[in-house]
Design a protein around this ligand. Structure first.
Ligand SMILES: [Zn+2]
Length: 413
């Protein structure tokens, strides 16, 4: 046996003994799933340093999601090294492959680090800044309705990377609708809590209830559930994507999804009154990051007011009417008052905060549609709304309340 081979064998024996006596088995961190996003900076024993992967984002943002395998029975410490990226209730955690999620902590959790003890059977755990929602979650939701006569599965367009961008239509083809209702989510792909609220709206519209039947008989719904489809699937930040993000694309229209919306929606309107609502999530926390110009404004539910200069249809007043209806009738746990809304000129909703005034947002574009009777953006907090937990359940409840408020608003408008 030559000298080098003896050395090699010795090293293997020593390494094996060291591993079996002192080191637990190695664990793996990966992002190889829809919505995955993280950069592993360093692993030292039980301590893991991470960063959100900013990709083509201008400045900082906070979306991340990763999976840990092979850590059953261990306690690991995770620390993010590039700013405030964890909600006030800690990370969202799933131990059933991303099917269901819960917040790890409670209000007061660190915005940069958390510790997790893996159960002895927990061989695979997902973590995220929010409760991941990608195409497979949408498909699981829609599978319940595949035989529903009121729901039609259409295609808005093919995404920039060739994915199918879903267009859902809810319409009673035996009647002429009185109203057109446009709903969208994920213009900012990282704002996944909006998708659970959109599910709640669709649940009510498709339900065999008085509200559901009324909405289907009088309304014609045009729903784009995952606008930035590539960003949703690839786990991009989406917000402040260079050169501008999907929600700032309504004038220049560089993205196929926005080209398709701005072409198809006017064709679909058919002269009817249109209700236009775009669902978003705001900053992750209020006031915890020096980059956050909306200090303290992001942990409650609110609608964003239009610039009155561009408001020929009295939409500012109409938003207040809608807010008053929602406040008076809502039953879900997420608190809301019409006074929570952020009128133009207040908080972050100011001209000085719009860095590129030549770009146009979705709801501003919606406000220019003929016969528009409502156009706004709703901001649904990621984890904490006025002290109440935001999760899949409470966000769906909010969706039920929004659908009922839409009906009442249409009846009275
Ligand atoms: Zn947004």
């Amino acid at each position: 046996m030559n000298h080098n081979l003896i050395k090699t064998l010795l090293l293997i024996v020593i390494t094996s003994c060291t591993m079996c006596q002192h080191s637990p088995s190695p664990f793996q961190i990966d992002t190889d799933f829809p919505g995955g996003n993280v950069i592993v900076v360093n692993i030292n024993g039980d301590s893991v340093q991470l960063e959100q992967d900013l990709r083509d984002t201008e400045g900082k943002w906070f979306y991340w999601s990763f999976r840990v395998k092979g850590a059953a029975g261990r306690t690991l410490n995770f620390e993010f090294t590039n700013g405030s990226v964890i909600s006030s209730r800690g990370p969202a955690v799933s131990n059933d492959g991303g099917l269901t999620w819960k917040w790890l902590g409670d209000i007061g959790s660190s915005d940069t680090k958390f510790r997790y003890t893996f159960g002895t059977q927990e061989d695979e755990v997902y973590f995220g800044m929010g409760m991941n929602y990608t195409e497979k979650d949408l498909q699981r939701f829609l599978d319940q309705y595949k035989d529903h006569p009121g729901l039609k599965f259409e295609t808005l367009c093919s995404s920039g990377k060739g994915r199918n961008v879903e267009l859902l239509r809810i319409v009673n083809t035996k009647r002429t609708p009185d109203f057109k209702i446009f709903l969208s989510a994920r213009h900012h792909c990282g704002e996944m809590m909006a998708s659970y609220a959109l599910e709640g709206i669709m649940e009510t519209v498709l339900s065999d209830t008085e509200e559901g039947r009324w909405l289907r008989n009088h309304g014609d719904f045009f729903i784009v559930p995952l606008v930035d489809k590539d960003g949703v699937e690839e786990g991009d930040q989406g917000k402040n994507r260079r050169p501008h993000d999907h929600n700032r694309d309504y004038k220049l229209q560089i993205y196929p999804e926005i080209q398709a919306i701005t072409k198809k929606v006017p064709e679909w309107l058919d002269g009817k009154p249109v209700f236009f609502l775009d669902l978003h999530c705001p900053w992750l926390r209020g006031g915890s990051d020096g980059n956050d110009p909306g200090k303290g404004t992001n942990e409650y539910l609110y609608f964003v007011g239009l610039n009155p200069e561009n408001d020929s249809g009295k939409l500012v007043e109409k938003l207040h009417q809608f807010g008053t209806i929602l406040e008076a009738t809502k039953k879900g746990s997420i608190p809301y008052r019409a006074a929570f809304n952020i009128p133009y000129g207040t908080s972050w909703n100011t001209a000085s905060n719009v860095k590129t005034p030549d770009l146009q947002k979705s709801s501003a574009w919606g406000s220019t549609l003929p016969n528009v009777i409502f156009s706004s953006t709703v901001e649904i907090p990621f984890a904490n709304a006025s002290g109440v937990v935001v999760d899949a359940c409470s966000a769906r409840e909010l969706g039920h309340d929004l659908a009922k408020a839409i009906r009442l608003y249409l009846v009275t408008s």
